[in-house]
Ligand binder design. Structure first.
Ligand SMILES: [Zn+2]
Length: 298
């Protein structure tokens, strides 16, 4: 991925950059405290170079690293009714959405795209934890349905990257209704005999874990990702017992048969290519770098 990481990603990053502002040149690893230079960190797919801690990865950066030559086309997601309940806590719900849009530069908590990985055509959806905790509201439901419909139409597999604090409470029962809705979307893929692969990233919790995030044909997780319905603190307070070490983390769930794989982010792309091509009965991918782009004519 030499020219992808050296040429294409900086170009894309410079188009959407918030992180390259001078004050944000360094990031402190929350796990080991090492100061990481932004360039080094993004070259390493937002994984700490010193302790391998997997930090948050925005859907856009993830897709840029995932798709061949970092190139993908966004799939349009129909807009739901905004603020159906007129909800307000300390802030009005539409104001919260606007603040999240400003902070992330994204429209909502899920990005859907189509493109190729290892020359394998796929549809991919990724959830953005930075956007109101990646919470599943009507838009996320619509995004998953749009992704599944697009995958069925193009006869492509769907790869979904989950990250969520659960359902979006500002939408009340309408957010909970996304659980059966997205389950039906996954069923559409199964009926079309198309693979549905879930990559669980840190953290995937609540109603998301109770619906589409656990329905994959293959369940992969990133190292040390928290994956649960109710969180460890809630459980500990309820049962008044100390929970075992690593409880509800990816490795623990793998040991207990809840996952198929725990995969380091740097190996994820190649693993996905192998799995997808096997499931789609395609010959193995050609292992070679793509040719570098021609220099633009002045
Ligand atoms: Zn670290």
């Amino acid at each position: 991925m030499n020219w992808i990481s050296n040429y294409v990603r900086p170009k894309i990053n410079s188009l959407f950059s918030r992180r390259e502002l001078p004050e944000n040149l360094w990031t402190k690893c929350p796990e080991c405290g090492t100061m990481l230079f932004h360039r080094e960190l993004s070259d390493n797919l937002n994984v700490c170079t010193s302790c391998d801690h997997h930090m948050a990865f925005t859907p856009r950066d993830r897709f840029a690293a995932l798709f061949d030559a970092g190139s993908f086309v966004e799939v349009a997601v129909p807009d739901p009714v905004s603020d159906p309940l007129g909800f307000r806590d300390q802030k009005k719900y539409p104001d919260r959405v606007k603040a999240a849009q400003k902070a992330t530069g994204e429209k909502e908590a899920m990005l859907v795209a189509e493109g190729e990985i290892g020359r394998t055509p796929i549809v991919a959806a990724a959830q953005d934890f930075a956007f109101m905790g990646g919470s599943m509201g009507m838009y996320v439901g619509n995004a998953i349905i749009a992704a599944a419909e697009r995958a069925v139409k193009l006869k492509r597999p769907l790869v979904l990257f989950s990250a969520a604090g659960g359902a979006r409470m500002q939408e009340g029962i309408l957010s909970l209704m996304q659980m059966p809705r997205t389950t039906v979307a996954v069923q559409m893929l199964k009926e079309a005999r198309l693979p549905y692969i879930v990559v669980l990233t840190h953290p995937t919790t609540g109603g998301v874990t109770a619906s589409y995030a656990m329905l994959g044909d293959v369940q992969i997780a990133e190292p040390n990702a928290l994956i649960c319905f109710a969180g460890p603190r809630v459980i500990e307070q309820t049962i008044r017992e100390k929970l075992p070490e690593g409880f509800q983390r990816a490795e623990y769930l793998l040991d207990h048969g809840m996952l198929d794989r725990v995969t380091h982010r740097k190996n994820l792309r190649n693993e996905l290519i192998t799995i997808l091509r096997q499931m789609m009965r395609l010959p193995p991918a050609i292992v070679a770098d793509l040719p570098a782009p021609r220099a633009a004519t002045p």
